[in-house]
Structure formats: structure tokens, C-alpha cells
Design a binder for this molecule. Structure first.
Ligand SMILES: [Zn+2]
Length: 129
């Protein structure tokens, strides 16, 4: 994990064949949105609607209009200390790294809450909150 991520709720990593990587972060206040790369947006929605802002505006903008590909997205911290499910594994059984909660994990056939290893690609479905 990188340093100084206490204020980050969720991160989206995108890439582009010529423009390179792009990172979108949503802060735990559910309002602050920052884009690293691309047009470098950095603002607060001011209404707690940061996630819909990203999902309905920023992601479509970069993916559909500018040709970026979403590589990975993951939860960093719960929004404003929302409790996490209590079925968190004690580290990854494959490599021992900590797991992170992904509320909307897709595995290609199913979507739902899951615990994902921060080191390898191991994951396990969660019962959710
Ligand atoms: Zn692992």
C-alpha cells in the first residue's frame, strides 16, 4: 500500500495506449474527486455525490470519449468510517498479504461484495454489510 491514503475511499486505475496511465480517486468525504493524468480534474461535488459523479461522468468521459481502459478499481478506506463486513479473511491464504473490501466486485459472471488480496489475484466473496 502507498503512504498517505487515509483520505482515499476508492481508486480507479485506467490506461491509454498513448496517453499512459490515469488515476481517479474519491475521498472518504464522498465529495472530493481527483484525477491524476488526463485533464487533471480536482474538485468537490459539495453534495456527497462524488461516487455517482465518477461513475456517471468521469469514467464514461475517459473510457468512451477518450479511449481509456479501466484496469482496476478498488476500495481503500470505507466512506466516513462506515463499518466493513465482519467476514474479512486474516490475510490472503495464497501469499499472506492483507485483503481489501470491494463492494462491487465483478468476476465476469457475478457482481457482489468481495475481499480481494492486495498482493496476488486471490479473492473471496463477502456476505456484505
Ligand atoms: Zn494474495
Amino acid at each position: 500500500m502507498t503512504d498517505h491514503t487515509d483520505h482515499i475511499q476508492h481508486t480507479w486505475h485506467l490506461t491509454h495506449p498513448t496517453h499512459g496511465p490515469l488515476t481517479i480517486t474519491l475521498w472518504v468525504d464522498d465529495e472530493t474527486v481527483q484525477v491524476e493524468g488526463g485533464d487533471g480534474e480536482s474538485y468537490s461535488t459539495g453534495d456527497g455525490e462524488g461516487r455517482p459523479e465518477i461513475e456517471t461522468y468521469l469514467l464514461p468521459k475517459y473510457q468512451q470519449q477518450e479511449g481509456y481502459t479501466l484496469v482496476r478499481d478498488y476500495a481503500v478506506n470505507p466512506p466516513n468510517n462506515t463499518p466493513l463486513p465482519d467476514d474479512r479473511p486474516d490475510g490472503c491464504p495464497q501469499c499472506g498479504q492483507p485483503t481489501e473490501y470491494v463492494p462491487h466486485h465483478h468476476d465476469g459472471t457475478r457482481e457482489g461484495p468481495a475481499w480481494m488480496c492486495t498482493g496476488c489475484r486471490w479473492g473471496q466473496w463477502s456476505a456484505g454489510i
